[in-house]
Write a protein that binds this ligand. Structure first.
Ligand code: NAP
Ligand code: G4F
Length: 335
């Protein structure tokens, strides 16, 4: 059995990656979870039920170096995937120090624990880097594009990215940084723009919500499906040599186009329902992201299977089902 340790297992990507690894007969998955006053394991509950022998959860936090090193000693993983983060860009402007601590120093804490274990047994490390690191660099962004981060989150990710590369160069660690462009799914958090739009369109259609309040609709993103992107993470750790890769679809769409597509799927015109609120505008914005994933395609043999249309359709259909259940529960509160 191979042992994989995942930070951020309760998040969108953590849940897809755990599912992907558990789909292979030879993986045991150890997920790190944070203590919370109510349980937030909805994304992985089905995995715990289906794989009680091969999915193990441990309390830990990227802010706590001692628990990271003692868990690594206890679990002795073959692969470590660092997916944990305060991952919301807008929120990082409200909590810059916390974001820097968890995203930046948290990665360094984990790398240190991996470095120590790697002296005795080989450990492979994956860092969840982000296209946000390119920030204001002109699109399309590729391996030679310089970083110009535009948020506390993005600056912290640049720090973690370079720490990962330095641990590879200084200590010979098998460490990879995956620079992933935006990836979404029905499991995406409700405050990210794709999910906010698909859930909003579905709830408006079902009469559960009247308006959708949004920020900058001009920004453009390269959106892929999270299920495709976790496959690239795993592939990075299966090569002969560690390296860094960009993972993207190569296509870019504006928030206007996202709204148009999602509302058309429920036979509505988004212009009739969307309001603007300054609250959702960032102090500095990333205008256009569009990635060049040629290297991932050529070296890893990776390519996305779900396109923008398929992604929005998948999310709208999921959220329509949710909205219908909510409507039903309101109409028949007893069951
Ligand atoms: P997500 O849904 O927001 O999940 C983040 C995960 O990190 C959650 O499991 C969360 O736990 C955990 N976490 C937060 N603070 C932590 C802490 N202090 N210690 C340990 N764990 C902590 O994010 P995602 O979309 O799955 O993204 C996964 C990773 O990829 C993140 O590092 C993100 O920055 C990066 N990334 C994402 C994208 C994207 O488009 N999705 C693109 C590029 C890079 P709780 O459930 O307890 O909150
Ligand atoms: O969905 P978003 O919040 O994602 P953002 O900022 O691109 O960050 C996501 O992708 C990164 C990879 O590039 C990850 F590293 C990061 O962890 C996260 O997963 O916003 C997308 C765009 C922005 O330009 C934002 O200004 O949508 C615009 N937007 C317009 N109205 C909105 C809204 N974003 C949000 N969240 N909510 C709005 O109402």
């Amino acid at each position: 059995m191979k042992r994989a340790l995942l930070t951020g297992v309760t998040g969108q990507d953590g849940s897809y990656l755990a599912e992907f690894l558990l789909g292979k007969p030879d993986y045991e998955v150890h997920g790190l979870v944070r203590r919370s006053s109510t349980l937030n394991r909805q994304r992985i509950d089905h995995l715990s039920r289906e794989n009680p022998e091969r999915l193990h959860l441990h309390y830990a936090d990227l802010a706590d170096a001692s628990c990271l090193s003692s868990l690594l000693e206890e679990i002795q993983p073959d692969e470590v995937y660092n997916l944990g983060a305060q991952s919301h860009v807008r929120v990082s402007f409200d909590q810059p120090l916390y974001t820097a601590d968890v995203v930046g120093l948290g990665t360094l804490r984990l790398l240190e624990a991996v470095r120590v274990l790697n002296r005795r047994r080989p450990v492979r490390f994956y860092q969840a880097s982000s296209s946000e690191m390119f920030g204001s660099a002109p699109a399309p962004q590729g391996p030679d594009t310089p970083f110009h981060p535009r948020s506390p989150y993005a600056v912290a990710k640049v720090y973690a990215h370079w720490q990962t590369i330095n641990y590879r160069e200084a200590y010979g660690l098998y460490a990879c940084s995956g620079i992933l462009f935006n990836h979404e799914s029905p499991r995406r958090g409700e405050s990210f723009v794709t999910r906010k739009v698909t859930l909003g369109a579905a709830r408006i259609k079902e009469g559960l919500q009247k308006r959708l309040v949004m920020g900058n609709l001009e920004a453009k993103r390269d959106w892929g499906f999270a299920g495709d992107y976790v496959r690239a993470m795993w592939l990075m750790l299966q090569q002969d040599k560690p390296d860094d890769y960009i993972v993207a679809t190569g296509e870019t769409y504006s928030i206007h186009e996202l709204l148009e597509k999602a509302f058309t799927l429920v036979d509505l015109d988004y212009r009739d329902f969307v309001d603007f609120d300054e609250r959702y505008v960032r102090p500095s914005e990333v205008d256009v992201l569009q990635g060049d994933a040629t290297k991932a395609r050529e070296v890893l043999g990776w390519k996305p299977e779900v396109d923008f249309d398929g992604l929005v359709r998948m999310m709208v259909e999921h959220d329509l089902e949710l909205a219908r259940r909510e409507k039903h529960a309101r109409a028949f509160p007893g069951g």
